[in-house]
Ligand binder design. Structure first.
Ligand code: NAP
Length: 323
């Protein structure tokens, strides 16, 4: 089958590690089922994989991709939960299983004609969404849902800041938060992206690092080192930073420890979400009519162009892939 995969690692030029070509279809495995991919999507995770972050050489070649809508023979089109359990018998929150992984880490990913997943690790696709839109729910939107509604300790009417405007998680945060009645401010390095963010529901946009006219109740962080001090400085006393990623690096120039304890800030890590949260997310987008913002869609044969676009950062929303 056709697939886009990491054939090697290339820390500085991730696209040098990419191959788009034939890979064996997934082998049968007890308790797992192979399903045809209807639509997939890119995440920054795919670039990390090509750089060699989170993978070991013996796991190569590894098909990329976490997001997917797949076609189930009885249930029709369903949205995959890309979190795969690792500890035998684990019954708690899957994201807290110390041995859990994401599709494309230990098991082959979704940028392919077929993908194999544990039986039942999916939820029904919201009817009003296209397959490409619904695939965006798997990773970026699920992560944003948990950041906002489980970890940020905010309620309708509160003010949140989203660092970075254009990314998959950032656009999901803007759309979900504004639909839930939160006031959303956003930063970006790019004025055009701020304009797009306002179209998605943000109340105000600011240049990255700008002084804000008001302190915020929570900051939603995916950028990391480049925005860390700003995130700490703009929070009200007792406010919360929820962090799910560090695209610009995980070693900020200042850790800001004094400000964190003196102003009693909470720093909460957040990773992916559970099947129950994916189901609740699908219910939320169905009730509100929200549609994930899709930047562009590419056929799998052009996965290289799609990943180059993601690496350039010149995007607003998710990049869809159709096999
Ligand atoms: N923990 C989890 O479960 C989880 C799930 C999903 C994603 N993540 C992580 O979250 C991060 C975002 O993922 P994504 O898929 O949304 O990525 P993406 O689509 O490539 O988004 C990148 C974002 O970073 C912003 N950014 C701001 N300053 C930056 C800088 N100096 N360098 C690079 N980017 C900068 C961009 O904003 P502007 O261009 O507007 O400034 C853009 O919003 C990644 O690190 C990813 O690994 C984690």
């Amino acid at each position: 089958m056709l697939a886009a995969y990491a054939a090697r690692f290339s820390p500085d030029r991730p696209l040098d590690a990419l191959e788009v070509g034939e890979r064996p279809a997934p082998a049968a495995q007890e308790g797992w089922v192979s399903l045809p991919v209807v639509a997939a999507g890119l995440n920054h995770h795919d670039l990390w994989s090509l750089r060699g972050v989170g993978l070991r050489p013996e796991q190569l070649p590894m098909i990329l991709g976490c997001d997917a809508v797949v076609r189930h023979p009885e249930e029709g089109e369903v949205v995959l939960l890309p979190v795969i359990p690792g500890t035998p018998g684990w019954t708690g929150d899957i994201t807290l299983d110390p041995r859990r992984s994401l599709l494309s880490e230990l098991h082959q990913g979704t940028l392919a004609e077929q993908v194999s997943v544990p039986e039942g690790s999916w939820v029904a696709k919201p009817d009003h969404l296209s397959a490409v839109e619904a695939a965006a729910l798997s990773t970026a939107w699920l992560t944003a849902y948990r950041m906002l509604f489980r970890n940020a300790d905010v309620r309708p009417g509160d003010l949140v800041l989203v660092q970075g405007a254009g990314g998959g998680v950032a656009t999901a945060l803007i759309q979900l938060a504004s639909a839930a009645g939160l006031r959303v401010w956003v930063t970006s390095r790019d004025e055009t992206k701020l304009e797009r963010a306002r179209e998605l529901g943000a109340e105000r946009g600011f240049e990255a690092g700008a002084r804000l006219p008001e302190k915020v109740d929570a900051v939603l962080e995916t950028v990391g080192a480049a925005t860390w001090s700003h995130s700490v400085n703009v929070l009200r006393p007792g406010g919360t930073i929820v962090i799910c990623g560090a695209t610009s690096g995980d070693a900020p120039a200042k850790a800001e420890l004094t400000k964190i304890f003196f102003r009693q800030l909470r720093v909460v890590g957040s990773t992916m979400g559970t099947k129950e949260e994916l189901r609740a997310l699908c219910s939320f987008v169905s009730t509100t009519g929200l549609r994930p913002r899709i930047d562009s869609t590419y056929p799998l044969t052009r996965a290289r162009e799609a990943l180059a676009k993601m690496e350039s950062g010149e995007l607003v929303g998710k990049i869809g892939i159709t096999p």
